[in-house]
Structures are given as C-alpha cells and as structure tokens.
Design a protein around this ligand. Structure first.
Ligand SMILES: NC(=O)c1ccc[n+]([C@@H]2O[C@H](COP(=O)([O-])OP(=O)(O)OC[C@H]3O[C@@H](n4cnc5c(N)ncnc54)[C@H](OP(=O)(O)O)[C@@H]3O)[C@@H](O)[C@H]2O)c1
Length: 247
C-alpha cells in the first residue's frame, strides 16, 4: 500500500491481545510497521491480532512476558533481537487498574498496579533505550484519572502520574539521539478496561460533552501520529484524548 508512514519500522505494542493495545497494533500495521504483539495472559488474543495483521498483508509475531518482572522483559528483548532483529517504536500500552478505599489497602493490589503500570514501562524503556535507533519512538500510557483523580483510585492515579514524569525525563535523556518520548492520556475507552463496569461507563459518558466514551481506534490514531515521522518535534508531551470529559 503506498504512503504508509511506518514502512520498514518495527513496533513493539505491549498488551496487544485485547483492548486498546490490539487496536494500536492493527493501526500501526496498517501504517506499514511490522508488529511485535506482546501479551501477558491473552495468548489467543495476541495470536488473533497477528493473524489479522497477516490477513491484511502485514508482518507480526506474538511474544509473551509479564512486564512487572525485569528478567521476563529482558528475555522478551532477547527474543526481539533474534526476530525481527530491530526495534523502532515502543508502545507501553499495558496497564491494570483496581480500586479500593485507603483504609482497605491490599499489598497485592499495590504491587500489581505499581508493577504493571510503572515498573513494566520502566523495564521496557530501559531495554529499548539500548536498542532504539535515531528517530525512535517511545509512547507511554497514562489515564485521565491521573488528571482528575477519583476516590478509591489513588494508587492507579499516582502510578500513571509517575509514568508522565518518566516521559518528561526520558524525552530529555533520549532527545540527543532524536528519539521522541510522549504520553497518551486516554479517557474512558472501549474496548478496554471500562467494559466490565457499565455503571462507570454511564458516569464517564455523561462527563463528556460528546455524551459517549472513546473508541480504542481513536486512541490508536493518536499513537499513530506520535509514531509517525510527522511527530518528529513532539516530545516530552502528554496528549489528552478524553472527549473533554471533566472527570
Ligand atoms: N480503557 C480505558 O478506559 C482507559 C482509560 C484510561 C487509560 N487507559 C490505559 O490504556 C491502556 C490500555 O488499557 P485497556 O483499556 O486496553 O486495558 P485492558 O483491556 O484491561 O487490557 C489490559 C492490557 O494490559 C495487559 N497486561 C495486564 N497485565 C500485564 C502484565 N503483567 N504484563 C504485561 N501486560 C499486562 C493485558 O495483557 P494480557 O491480557 O495478555 O494479560 C492487556 O492487554 C492501559 O495503560 C490503561 O491504563 C485505559
């Protein structure tokens, strides 16, 4: 297909087996990138993403890792070194959320959210920093809940804010190599982690003047822009894509 901005590029998308990550993988593949479709638990989903990309004439492969575990992330990158053997774009999409009141704090919830949402992107970016060529891209994921914290979501909000801080620091560190680093900040989006909470869906629909929540394709479009050569001067930024929802 002509005019594909990412032809010749390889993109790692974490959490590409479902939700927003799957739509990002499909979109970047349509833009010409070869896709490393990472998954943690959704093996069948990641294999479906790969099959869908191949059906449209693209190239993709599925790789498993729990990104909260540094050794697994190192093994993931060792596998990428072998095949496809290069990496240009990293999308730190994987993320998990659970709520709970401060007085009911559970160690396992804290470890899970800090591990997947904050340590995971850090471990991924550390390996990527050793490999990304001039013009590389790192795209991190925060949440509008970090901008408008909700009661009971303090840990999730805080670790997503930490990711935004990573973005600003890494952009300065890697800018000397013409690598850009940005954050996408989605509001409530489907398919994605909102789908199991119909009451929250209604709450977030009413918070936007559009009276709806976002679609994963709309988030993927923002990622596609940041991944593209057109975004060469956009770095250290955070793009809010939440339909002007005020929460
Ligand atoms: N959807 C929304 O309303 C919304 C709003 C704001 C921000 N976000 C952010 O957008 C991103 C995508 O969210 P989503 O809605 O697509 O979520 P989702 O549908 O719940 O999917 C979560 C993704 O995270 C991956 N993941 C979970 N545990 C992992 C682990 N230990 N190691 C590596 N990957 C792991 C999952 O992979 P497996 O299934 O393979 O385990 C899955 O692909 C997240 O960073 C989220 O915080 C989403």
């Amino acid at each position: 297909m002509p005019n594909q901005p990412l032809t010749g590029k390889v993109a790692l998308v974490t959490g590409a087996g479902r939700g927003i990550g799957r739509e990002i993988a499909l979109r970047l593949a349509r833009d010409g990138a070869s896709i490393v479709a990472h998954y943690a638990h959704s093996k069948a989903g990641a294999e479906q993403t790969v099959a869908d990309i191949e059906a449209m004439g693209g190239t993709a492969a599925a790789y498993q890792a729990d990104i909260a575990k540094r050794l697994e992330v190192q093994a993931l990158f060792a596998a990428i070194d072998t095949n496809p053997g290069r990496l240009d774009i990293v999308v730190n999409n994987s993320g998990v959320s659970t709520g709970g009141l401060l007085a009911d704090l559970k160690d396992e919830d804290v470890d899970w959210m800090v591990g997947v949402n904050m340590l995971g992107p850090l471990y991924i970016a550390s390996e990527a920093a050793k490999r990304l060529p001039d013009g590389g891209r790192i795209i991190n994921f925060s949440s509008s809940v970090a901008k408008y914290p909700l009661a009971g979501a303090g840990v999730y909000s805080a670790v997503k804010k930490a990711v935004e801080s990573f973005t600003e620091s890494w952009a300065r560190e890697l800018g000397a190599r013409n690598i850009t680093v940005n954050t996408v900040i989605p509001g409530a989006t489907s398919p994605g982690m909102m789908d199991g909470s119909p009451e929250y869906r209604t709450f977030f629909e009413n918070a936007s003047p559009f009276k709806r929540i976002g679609q994963a394709e709309e988030i993927a479009a923002v990622v596609a822009f940041l991944a593209s050569p057109e975004a060469s001067w956009v770095t250290g930024g955070h793009i809010l894509a939440n339909g002007a929802a005020n929460t």
